[in-house]
Design a protein. Sequence first.
Length: 161
Amino acid sequence: MFIFEKIMGMKKLFIILVILVTSISLSAQTCEQRLEKLLEATGSFSAATMYNTYAAIGSIGDGYGHDAYDAVTVNDLLDAQKKLADNLMKVFRDLKDEKTFSSQSDIDYANAAINILNGLKSQAQLMEDYVNTKKQQKLNDYNTQRKKNWSAISKLMGIKE
């Protein structure tokens, strides 16, 4: 019986050691390393969002131009895009206000993203203005803003124009 108790005790000790080693290895990343990973993910997701928002605004405009969408639908879709841009800008502003960024390049990225998102909101609003007024100047302004937005997005993402 004594040998059995020793073996059981060693098994319990082994299990405790395995749990301890596992928990130590899982928490091996520092808070700074975890934060850096989260900031990288935020950057990647935001870049995809800006790119897709740009494409969505253009597609909505094309849909209107080819009579696939009426003015009410265009306004609803573009308002949704503007709200999404507002939400992402709030995330970046909050991160800046809370001094979450540890490097100047992160701060620069956040500032560039906020500027691009503002530009995308302007692009969406200009398309709405055109749809609601049918004034050629609004369409011209939309195209000018669209080109500015693409230039800023491609620069941020390293895409050749």
